[in-house]
Design a protein around this ligand. Structure first.
Ligand SMILES: Cc1cc2nc3c(=O)[nH]c(=O)nc-3n(C[C@H](O)[C@H](O)[C@H](O)COP(=O)(O)OP(=O)(O)OC[C@H]3O[C@@H](n4cnc5c(N)ncnc54)[C@H](O)[C@@H]3O)c2cc1C
Length: 306
């Protein structure tokens, strides 16, 4: 019995390893193609020189942590130096990076996506905003990094943004899910040729979870005709000036802009699993739960989930 169990554990690990390598290779080649094919506006181009080391040939790069800033009790802003201080990171709107590290006692590496949030025009750096989950393998590792430590990453393309493809977009972010949404907002507003109107609904648990609020407020002041934000707090502090409660169907109905059946609209969403299930639905073998957006008449083609 124990022999059979041992063999099956080995087989399982081998299959898992092949699977992970396959996923990395497939996603890596997708990312390469996507980066090569996509139109690359000058302001969203970054050129990362490959690090000379393990993984360089697969498109992985080694970044050095310059500084780590604690934003609230569970979130850090991590600033990494790019290999070339004079170039920017080679990402197009929208992108994320895969981080990879191998815990000492683990067979397989831990690979997770994170979203650069700094201005893509800025040379020499990328910045991540990372929320630490209790026992979270990647987030705990990232939070443990000290200035001078290195991190292996792989750039990847997400939704390929084309300026002015949509007249208006609605963005729905929950908690740490603000990062890809913020990247999109910043990329649009930093491009004077992009006239897309943006409405953001940002839901969090408490007032202190409103990360990037200063930056969002500054965008709203600078681009009052193009960007509006609504903050929703499920457990607000006394006197909190924001919408009180979770993101509900009623709130979506009140705040989302644009026509449900218009082609000129797109909705982007990134949030914790329960929020995404509520808004997008949870359809599977045992559940046929409709999402709030579908109930409000939006079609799945109008929605992109990061
Ligand atoms: C495209 C994309 C971009 C992302 N960008 C960022 C980013 O910029 N910043 C950032 O902080 N995160 C980001 N994430 C989430 C990130 O990739 C990890 O999923 C997250 O950090 C947890 O990984 P972990 O290894 O620490 O936790 P795990 O070891 O995978 O899980 C540990 C525990 O945390 C819980 N947990 C894990 N993820 C979540 C979650 N999202 N909500 C609630 N509980 C959770 C698990 O249920 C488990 O109990 C992004 C995800 C995607 C898909």
């Amino acid at each position: 019995m124990s022999h059979i169990r041992f063999l099956s554990r080995k087989a399982t690990a081998a299959i898992a390893t092949i699977g992970v390598i396959g996923i990395i290779a497939a996603r890596a080649s997708y990312g390469m193609e996507a980066l090569a094919e996509s139109p690359k506006p000058r302001e969203t181009m970054i050129t990362v020189r490959p690090a000379m080391g393990l993984g360089a040939r697969m498109g992985f790069f080694t970044l050095r942590l310059e500084s780590a800033q604690q934003i609230n009790d569970n979130t850090k802003r991590l600033r990494f130096q790019l290999p070339d201080p004079n170039s920017n990171a080679g990402l197009c709107l929208t992108s994320f990076i895969l981080t990879i590290h191998k815990p000492a006692n683990a067979w397989l590496p831990v690979i997770r996506p994170y979203t650069p949030i700094n201005n893509f025009n800025e040379p020499g750096h990328i910045e991540l905003l990372v929320k630490k989950y209790p026992d979270g393998r990647a987030s705990s590792h990232l939070h443990s990094l000290k200035p001078g430590d290195t991190l292996t990453v792989r750039p990847m393309t997400s939704f390929k943004w084309k300026p002015n493809e949509f007249e208006s977009i609605n963005l729905i972010a929950g908690g740490a899910g603000i990062t890809p949404i913020f990247q999109l907002i910043q990329g649009i507003l930093n491009n004077p040729a992009d006239r897309t109107k943006i409405k953001l609904i940002f839901g969090v648990n408490t007032d202190k979870d409103l990360v990037l609020k200063d930056e969002l407020d500054a965008f709203e002041r600078a681009f009052p005709d193009h960007f509006k934000v609504v903050y929703a707090i499920s457990n607000p502090a006394d006197g909190s000036p924001f919408y009180k409660g979770k993101v509900t169907k009623e709130l979506l109905q009140k705040e989302l802009v644009g026509l449900k059946d218009g082609k000129a609209i797109k909705i982007f969403i990134c949030g914790p699993p329960p929020m995404e299930a509520f808004i997008l639905g949870n359809k599977g073998w045992f559940s046929g739960q409709k999402g709030a957006l579908e109930e409000l008449g939006y079609s799945s083609g109008q929605v992109f989930k990061f």
